[in-house]
Design a protein around this ligand. Structure first.
Ligand code: NAG
Ligand code: NAG
Ligand code: NAG
Ligand code: NAG
Length: 804
């Protein structure tokens, strides 16, 4: 195992050779650039980016904000049986509707008591820390939730009655069930903890004490309390608990294992703690501890390292060692879920992120492999090669597989002694394909905080759709495709969804494949977001195919939800190509040849000589490359751009337009080799002097005429949007002058006065209107809505691009 890692190298620099650190950092950046290119051809642009407002207008999201004050959800629990989402927040437990989180919610106030708060303040804590933060929320049985809160540094648990009676929905705190939460809930609101409940037993990784010294992995049932050894740094060393799950090995329930995902510090020589490693630990669910030794302690606790790294040039691996979140994607029989880990680098200088996927086979193989051994802490780990006692340490007591032992209390002392002194496995767990499925290495980009995954059946196979939460209220929807021939990963960023209005780190993502919804928590609220919106990609076969969204296929009429054959037999054909997005092949013959297309949108744009003009063209897909062609004198040639004519993300910008620029400009997009004509813009260039004189006359008219107010309508302007700044020179009279453009009609011999009038009105009123609509837009009520983008024709350019 190569022990060198980039961050290790840089830590060395930081600690030991501070002077050289600058050099080291730039080395690292260079290295990461190399690394980025070595990985894959992936686009950092989503195919579709939706702002919070757009999600709203599309009815794709609902947000629950509690009472307006910041909600601060700590933990969430999905209860599909009762169709509720429970949210443990600060001083309050909520029960939300899965249909619409912002309607018909119920709540239970559960604040710390006055004496508790006073005592907490006396201990020198801040007021905000002395609230009751609900950190543990589990389905105890069919009728009850187990809920634990920090209770002003005095953890407390309680049972909550849930369900339905004839009268209505039940949601009530069982007063007589209040009990101490010590050992089941951390004291500190900021303390990391993870819990899972199985067969009435609570498994929890937490710090059990006020001072946060005792990190432990525990199991509580109504009789016993079993845990890791206290103060045993070999078992757990400054752990940060991230996730846990009960996963059966086989049909023998006595063989069920509980897995714990966490990070901890690797002990090195002299006990100086240094590197952070991600670990998977496990115990037997039926572990009863030992009889004479290891009483009420796990007799089966083992752990090993989870590796997530990329090989760089020169054989130096970059390791992502800090586990941020973990998602266990269950399979049918529950025995072989796929484990998705979201990792970051541990470097303080640079944050890179990676997602790695682990198979249970590989995890089990590591636990069945050699134990790790080292003579002294300053030595390297080696595989333990002496005799291993029987039954194999770490195996579960079972009549079938566990050597006939009825309970761990019957295990020989030798076994318990061995497991106590050899909790680490020698082999780490490597990810699927031995590499991350997703990488984000560009410095300065957003932080990734949470992950949830859906398994989706598409026409050409299964795909994992990853939903990744960021620190700025965004959920990224990504698929990753492994290419066997080139042994590389391709990341396809399908959508970038801004689920909250203000930027806040996403703390929780829960997915409901059954409802096709995502439930997302951040300190400002809980949002519900539909997983897909196929019609948004556009109505044509090519639009749909290029999107490569496994949820969507072209059904001959529109882009709609894809259902695997059998479930949906009515449709005659469905076109979908997630792997390649080959629209040319797939949609061949289904569409009119581009050249003969009767009407790609046409526009007329006027420019004033020597002034700037923008020919706006923004493709719906941010992954498309835009090409401009100029049609002139029967010929077509590509516009390349220079210092005067600039290709911007909004369109083609002429800094000083010339009369020779006049002509028909064609805006085309190229995506996966598929060429699409978006629009034709006919540019006409007006002579400066003539405009001037028209304006003078308009000014005269202006003085005579009273101001005519802008006509404001809530409807979006029809047709294209053209930047008002580009066309109207600064010296043009204010919006009250309605006459001067009439002069244009004569100047340019344009007959359609109605159209020009509309156009000019729009130009003048655009700014005002924009401000008005902003003010009228009510994010939480949603009673006033403009038309959504999804209703628009697929060729139309999004309107809001310039001011968002
Ligand atoms: C959103 O829902 C409202 C009311 O339920 C409806 O009037 C509106 O048309 C919907 N908008 C879209 C884009 O579906
Ligand atoms: C759930 O547990 C509570 C508390 O122990 C108990 O009162 C209740 O009857 C249980 N419900 C079911 C359905 O077992
Ligand atoms: C609690 O203990 C009793 C007595 O042993 C047992 O019958 C019951 O099932 C236990 N409850 C749970 C939820 O494990
Ligand atoms: C009609 C008009 O406003 N023309 C302006 C174009 O830009 C030049 C300077 O770049 C101005 O002097 C003109 O007034």
């Amino acid at each position: 195992m190569v022990k060198t890692s980039l961050h290790g190298l840089c830590c060395l620099c930081l600690v030991d050779l501070q002077d050289f650190c600058g050099v080291c950092v730039s080395m690292m950046l260079l290295y990461l650039i190399l690394l980025g290119t070595a990985h894959t051809a992936s686009s950092i642009y989503p195919r579709i980016r939706l702002s919070h407002k757009e999600l709203w207008q599309l009815n794709r999201t609902w947000v629950f904000q509690g009472h307006g004050a910041s909600l601060q959800p700590q933990t969430m629990l999905l209860d599909e049986g009762h169709e509720r989402l429970y949210v443990g927040a600060k001083n309050t437990l909520f029960s939300l509707s899965l249909d619409r989180v912002n309607t018909h919610h119920r709540e239970i106030q559960w604040a710390s008591t006055e004496p508790q708060i006073e005592e907490c303040l006396l201990k020198g804590r801040e007021k905000s820390e002395c609230a009751n933060y609900i950190k543990v929320l589990q389905q105890y049985n069919q009728t009850h939730l187990l809920v634990c809160g920090t209770g002003a540094f005095n953890p407390t648990c309680v049972l909550i009655r849930v369900g339905q009676t004839g009268q209505g929905r039940l949601f009530a705190l069982e007063e007589d069930s209040i009990m101490s939460g010590r050992g089941r809930c951390p004291y500190d609101p900021n303390s990391p903890c993870t819990s899972t409940l199985s067969r009435g037993e609570l498994y929890i990784g937490l710090y059990t004490d006020y001072w946060e010294n005792d990190g432990a992995f525990c199991r509580l049932n109504n009789q016993t309390y079993t845990r890791t050894e206290r103060d045993d740094r070999q078992q757990l060393n400054e752990p940060k608990f991230v996730g846990s799950a009960v996963i059966p090995d086989n049909d023998d329930r006595d063989d069920d294992k509980v897995y714990l995902f966490f990070t901890e510090r690797e002990m090195d020589a002299e006990g100086m703690n240094k590197a952070v490693y991600t670990r998977v630990g496990r115990v037997c669910a039926n572990d009863q501890g030992g009889q004479r030794m290891l009483v009420n302690r796990w007799s089966s606790f083992l752990k090993t390292r989870l590796i997530c790294s990329v090989a760089g040039p020169n054989g130096i691996d970059t390791h992502f060692d800090e586990l941020e979140d973990v998602f266990v994607l269950k399979n049918k029989d529950g025995k072989n879920p796929e484990i998705f880990g979201l990792f970051s680098t541990t470097s303080a200088v640079f944050k890179g992120y990676a997602v790695c996927v682990y198979h249970m086979d590989d995890i089990r193989a590591a636990f069945n492999g050699p134990f790790a051994y080292r003579e002294r802490p300053e030595h390297h780990w080696t595989p333990y090669e002496d005799r291993v006692p029987y039954p194999r340490p770490g195996s579960c007591a079972s009549k079938v597989n566990g050597g006939g032992f009825a309970s761990s209390k019957e295990f020989p002392d030798e076994v318990l002694r061995f497991v106590r002194s050899h909790p680490v496995m020698y082999r780490p767990v490597l990810p699927q394909h031995r590499r991350p499925v997703l990488l984000q290495t560009e410095p300065g980009r957003r932080k990734l905080t949470q992950i949830a995954v859906d398994r989706v059946q598409a026409q050409d196979g299964h795909y994992h759709v990853l939903y990744i939460g960021t620190d700025d209220s965004v959920v990224l929807k990504v698929i990753t495709i492994y290419n066997k021939e080139t042994d590389s990963m391709e990341e396809v960023l399908l959508e970038e969804l801004q689920v909250f209005k203000v930027p806040a780190p996403i703390r929780e993502i829960i997915i409901s494949p059954k409802r096709q919804q995502l439930y997302v928590g951040s300190e400002v609220g809980v949002a519900q977001v539909r997983l897909h919106q196929c019609d948004l990609y556009g109505s044509e076969c090519a639009d749909c195919c290029l999107a490569r969204d496994p949820y969507c296929a072209w059904d001959g009429i529109t882009c709609s939800r894809y259902y695997p054959a059998g479930a949906y037999t009515k449709r005659r054909f469905r076109r979908q190509d997630v792997r390649h997005g080959n629209a040319v092949q797939l949609c061949n013959g289904l569409q009119i040849d581009d050249e003969q297309r009767p009407r790609s949108e046409e526009r007329l744009v006027y420019g004033v000589e020597s002034n700037s003009t923008l020919l706006e063209c923004v493709p719906r897909s941010l992954q498309a490359k835009v090409l401009w062609l100029l049609q002139k004198d029967g010929e077509k040639h590509e516009v390349r751009g220079d210092e005067r004519v600039i290709m911007t993300p909004h369109g083609l910008l002429f800094l000083r337009v010339r009369s020779s620029d006049a002509g028909v400009y064609v805006c085309q997009t190229v995506e996966h080799g598929y060429v699409h004509t978006l629009l034709h813009i006919s540019l006409q260039v007006l002579r400066g002097e003539r405009v001037e004189s028209a304006i003078h006359r308009a000014n005269d008219a202006d003085r005579e005429k009273a101001a005519a107010p802008c006509h404001i309508s809530m409807d979006p302007p029809p047709g294209p949007s053209i930047s008002p700044r580009a066309l109207v020179p600064s010296s043009v009279p204010g919006p009250h002058s309605k006459l001067w453009y009439k002069e244009f009609l004569h100047l340019i011999g344009y007959g359609d006065a109605q159209r020009v009038e509309e156009y000019c009105e729009r130009v003048w009123c655009a700014d005002k209107k924009r401000k008005k609509t902003k003010r009228r837009y009510v994010p939480s009520g949603g009673e006033k809505r403009g038309k959504g983008r999804g209703e628009e024709n697929s060729h139309r350019v999004p309107r809001q691009t310039l001011d968002t």
